[in-house]
Design a protein around this ligand. Structure first.
Ligand code: NAD
Length: 309
């Protein structure tokens, strides 16, 4: 398995580390328009690999060198500065995706390659990458709200004193400020949330739910305020997605891919079955009517931003 990572900044280098640590790739190639940065990252990662898996990790300065890649991860582009929203990056990062995707496509096998998009604003970048690459939507996969869902499960795990692994709760819609939590279908170990709380005598009133929503929405802003950028969470999400694809695990992940065609096409996060060929199926969870309305609103925001390009 050869994996290429384009954009070796805070996120790209953390992604390289986490993907290397899966042990699933025999070769990882790193490309950044800043060649010195990519070379330094490859050197450092190569030393780390000496303590774990025997992987060939190289920095490359031409797209020809990504030939033979099974998966290409795009993590290049501007990141949020304190106070900026993901949407503020729209035009700058549309230019980055428009620069990278044609070069990638000229050097990969379009019949099999899977593109993983990390660059923000995520959903719009997925739509743009899919349109430029002309790949089937199922193989242009944005990490979407995988990270937001992980943040939700982590907060709930502490609140409910139960492992994150036992919590099925999703954040859907935009990977951005309009994302929404589907409380209606959240469950713990197959028991719906309200019933779980009753049985364990834990109270999760509306005010607490609103605080949790606020924390999920603000997690990135707080991390950026504290450490300048976010990278560990998203690196974990990308490694998990790579594992799911390479091992054909067919787990349900809240990734973002394009659904629909023409003017009605849209990428946003929904629970989707992911396997070797990318997104295999998309599910519609049970939602109450305010939740359905929030999801539609999130979809409208993504579409509006895409139309600005
Ligand atoms: P960074 O500034 O640290 O790194 C960006 C890198 O991209 C730089 O090394 C730069 O040289 C490179 N780059 C820019 N344009 C390029 C081009 N045309 N070709 C090749 N390389 C190019 O930024 P970061 O913190 O690593 O963030 C990268 C992206 O990931 C941002 O858009 C950020 O918002 C996004 N991000 C997404 C998530 C998510 O959940 N999807 C989470 C965190 C960050």
């Amino acid at each position: 398995m050869k994996i290429a990572i384009i954009g070796i900044g805070s996120v790209g280098s953390a992604v390289a580390t986490s993907v290397a640590n899966t042990g699933l790739a025999h070769e990882i190639v790193l490309f950044d328009r800043d060649g010195i940065r990519a070379r330094a990252a490859a050197e450092d990662l190569g030393h780390a690999a000496a303590f774990s898996y025997d992987i060939k990790i190289t920095a490359v300065n031409t797209y020809r060198a990504i030939r033979g890649s099974d998966i290409v991860i795009i993590a290049a582009g501007a990141n949020q500065k304190p106070g900026q929203t993901r949407t503020d990056l729209l035009h700058a990062n549309a230019a980055v995706i428009s620069d990278i995707v044609p070069r990638v496509m000229a050097n990969v096998d379009s019949k099999t390659v899977r593109l993983i998009i990390v660059t923000n604003p995520l959903d719009v970048m997925v739509m743009l990458a899919q349109r430029i690459s002309k790949l089937p939507p199922s193989r242009v996969i944005g990490t979407g709200t995988m990270l937001d869902s992980a943040r939700l499960r982590t907060i709930l795990s502490r609140q409910l004193s139960v492992s994150t692994q036992s919590i099925n709760a999703y954040v859907l819609g935009e990977h951005g400020d309009s994302s929404m939590i589907v409380w209606s279908s959240a469950c713990v170990g197959g028991v719906d949330l309200a019933s779980f709380c009753r049985q364990t005598k834990i109270s999760l009133p509306q005010t607490t739910r609103r605080t949790i929503e606020h924390r999920v929405h603000n997690a990135a802003y707080e991390i950026i305020q504290g450490r300048g950028a976010t990278w560990d969470g998203i690196a974990g999400a990308v490694a998990d997605l790579v594992r799911c694809i390479v091992n054909d695990e067919r787990r349900i992940l809240t990734v973002s891919t394009v659904d629909g065609i023409g003017d009605r096409s849209l990428a946003m996060s929904l629970p989707r079955i992911v396997g070797r060929t990318g997104v295999v199926a998309t599910l519609t969870p049970r939602m109450d009517s305010p939740e359905s309305a929030s999801l539609r609103r999130s979809a409208r925001i993504i579409r509006k931003n895409f139309d600005l390009l």
